[in-house]
Every structure is written in C-alpha cells, then in structure tokens.
Write a protein that binds this ligand. Structure first.
Ligand code: NAG
Length: 322
C-alpha cells in the first residue's frame, strides 16, 4: 500500500505520462524493495486473531486448538515469564504438527515462518552423523544462545525429536530450566517445540476406541483413558528414542504433551479445499472428493482414519490438475 502511494506521489511530481503496465511494474518493484527493508520483529500479540487462525485453518484437532491457544496466549501476554514455553507435539504423519508450529509463528512474528527467529531443526537432516555429535552439540548450543541473546523471543522447532541423539537432547535440556542462564543469557522468553511420532499409535488407538464405542471425536479429552500417561509410557518404552534416555521428561521441563488425533475423511477433504484456495484453483468439490478417495485409510475393516493425514494432499491435487 505504502509503495503505491509513493509511486502516485512520484507521478504527481513528474511530467511523464506512463502506461498502466509500466506503473504496475514500478509499483511491484517498489513493494518488493519495501519488504526487503521491512523489519523482522514481533507482531503485537492478539489472542483473538490467534484463536480465529486456529479455528479456520486447523482441521480436526480440538484438543490441540484449545491447549495451544491457552499456552501460547498466556505465555505471549506475560511480560515476565519464569521459564521458556516448551511444547511437545505427538501424532502420526500429516496430522498438522508442523502446520501448527507455523500458525504460531505467523501470530508472533511479522515475517511469520519466514522470520529469522523461527528456527527449525530436523534431526536426520541437520545432525545425520553419529560420530559428529560433539561438534553438533557445540554448534547447537552456540546457535540457541546466539539467537536468544540477540532476540529473546526466538522460537526453536525440533522435528523428528524421537530420532534425536540423546546427547543433543541433553544439550537442549540445558536451556529449558527455570533457572536456565547460559553465559549470562536468560531463555525465559524463548519457545521450544518438539515434534514427534512418538505416542502416535497410542493416540490413534484411543481415537479408534472412541469411534467404536459410538462416541463423538470431540469428546476425547487430554486425560481421556489416561491418554497423557499413555503417551509418556509409550515414549519411555521406546528404547531407541532420544526422549527415552533424557531427563527432559522426569524434570517436568515440558509444559504440555499435546496429542494430535488421526484425521478423518472430512478433515482431509478440508485440506484439499484449502490447497485449492492457496493454489488459486476454482474450488471443485467433485475433484476434492476424487483426491480424497485416492488416499489410504485405516484400519482396513472400517477405513476411518487417513494414513497420511493431509501430507502429500497438494501433490495429489497437482497430479489431477496437471
Ligand atoms: C541462529 O541459528 C542459526 C541456525 O538456524 C545459525 O545459523 C545462526 O548463526 C544463529 N545465530 C546466532 C546469532 O547465533
């Protein structure tokens, strides 16, 4: 907007007659230059806007919406939090764990998930070699403290947390404590989010039980059938998981373990329609139906939950329209 005012002002002070095509180009270029100089700061946090964003853009995750809204809103509106916000997202593939991390980011930073304060690590991508764990650990420590000392509200997302080397989990742990102060830097305003498939099967089975008992999905609560405890146990019992070895859990450093439910057909359909909108394709319900019917569902007898959630929905859709 500002860019176009700028161009209009320029035009008022010049004698040149310009074609509208040329004006478009000038406006475009000016807008681009303007974004280059735009800051990478915090957005004023607005809980109502955040709630609306979650309601409109997250499908089938009533527990997540509720817990994340509450946890992030009270953290962001607290001028003096006593520890960093630490959330652990659990669920099978494609249920929206990364998506929610990005929704949080776009409600916190002007540049959303493009912000340099939104930092993601994927275990097997960033830390692939077991024998280099000392180097990774030193690097990670430096990155976290470097970013937080220059911008206290930095957000760190660790994807595939269940595949993280236990040594690196310990490195992260040092930043999560109430008293965490590393080299004089306080981490109380930072946000840490762990994503993992750990506990995904427990959550899926519980959702299936509810369905078999004829109950509404929305009746599932955080503490239904001891779900939170079951997730813990599942993580503890997985001997290969970095979580299992770590003391993150028994020191209560994680504020919330948040279960993502497996998605049903209607949720996947919503994802397809949302993709159409984001690709600027005319919304076509028949096409959406065909895409959804192509996806695998489980368990085999009743095919109620999507195996891959909303993952690869975009690719499927592009196949159809390509
Ligand atoms: C912040 O973290 C990134 C890793 O994503 C790293 O490249 C960068 O050097 C860090 N910044 C500081 C100031 O340490």
């Amino acid at each position: 907007m500002k860019a176009s005012y700028f161009v209009i002002v320029l035009l008022l002070f010049s004698d040149v007659t310009l074609t509208s095509g040329f004006i478009d180009v000038v406006v475009g270029v000016t807008a681009y230059i303007y974004t280059l100089f735009k800051g990478d700061n915090l957005l004023p946090f607005d809980p109502a806007r955040f709630e609306k964003d979650l309601n409109e853009n997250l499908y089938g995750q009533h527990i997540v919406s509720k817990v994340v809204l509450k946890a992030v809103s009270s953290f962001m509106t607290d001028s003096n939090p006593n520890k960093p916000l630490v959330l652990s997202f659990h669920g099978t593939t494609g249920v929206g764990k990364n998506h929610v991390a990005k929704i949080i980011a776009r409600n916190i930073y002007e540049k959303g998930d493009q912000s340099s304060h939104y930092i993601t690590f994927i275990s097997e991508h960033h830390f692939p070699h077991k024998d280099m764990v000392d180097m990774y650990s030193a690097q990670l420590k430096q990155w976290i403290s470097g970013n937080v000392s220059s911008f206290p509200q930095s957000m760190f997302v660790f994807d595939e947390m269940d595949k993280m080397n236990p040594r690196l989990v310990e490195t992260i742990k040092a930043f999560l404590d109430y008293t965490a102060r590393v080299d004089g830097v306080s981490f109380r305003k930072a946000i840490f989010i762990f994503l993992s498939n750990a506990g995904g099967n427990v959550i899926a089975n519980l959702a299936l039980d509810f369905w078999r008992e004829g109950k509404e999905r929305e009746e599932i609560q955080m503490n239904s059938k001891g779900m939170e405890t079951q997730i813990f146990q599942n993580i503890f019992n997985d001997k290969s998981s970095g979580f299992w070895h770590s003391s993150i859990i028994d020191h209560h450093l994680v504020d919330h373990f948040i279960p993502f439910l497996p998605l049903e057909l209607k949720h996947v359909r919503q994802c397809v329609l949302a993709e159409m909108a984001s690709l600027s394709i005319t919304v076509d319900h028949d096409l959406a139906e065909s895409v959804v019917r192509e996806m695998p569902f489980f368990p085999p007898e009743v095919t109620i939950f999507s195996v891959k959630g909303c993952k690869s929905v975009r690719q499927k859709l592009l196949l159809y329209i390509g």
